[in-house]
Design a binder for this molecule. Sequence first.
Ligand code: CA
Length: 227
Amino acid sequence: MMILMIEDEAALREVISYNLTREGYQVTALDNANDALIVVEDCPPDLILLDLMLPGLQGLQFLDIFRQKNQTTPVLIISARNTEDDVIRALERGADDYLAKPFTIKLLETKIKVALRRTYERPESELLANSGVSIDMNAHRALLDDTEIVLTQKEFDLLALFIRKPGKVFTRNQLLNMIWGYDNDFNSRTVDVHMAMLRKKLGDKGRHIRTLPKIGYIWEPKPGGAK
Ligand code: CA
């Protein structure tokens, strides 16, 4: 698996490169995002580690450009900026996960593993459908009636989970655990942000996702009506 790291702090770049290489990843490390735009064209990575504050092109600007062309490659933010607003902004712009510096190598490796597993380990040809929304797990496609919609990795994973278990209540904690690999609710706002984006992309069918205040979410085959 090829990981592209964009990080301008040399010491951090070295320690991450060293550890990920030892874990068997092929690592390309760059100190700026301008060069990264060329690298992602020439040699598309399986995952990107992205710092936000960089010389030249900023992390979020890079993310915008990258996501216009590529919706699925997981992007993990590694940044010293650590307010809730920073995290939400990055997730809304298409990041899959966010690690605030300082973080341990162990946590970074776990996040990478989870992101890669979600993205690339697909069950054999599996078709799921409910209420006019269908998902092809193998081809990684989501359709509203017969129209394909473009989802980010996390949105796709969330939708697949709901379509698989219509009528089941998922708490924010469960979703954080199943989709992001977190084991606490510190980042529960993450779930709300992604659910809001997913709902939007589902258009009229977004009404099947009901928010249960303070609890979580449920996919209702018949929204607001009898089961
Ligand atoms: Ca930086």
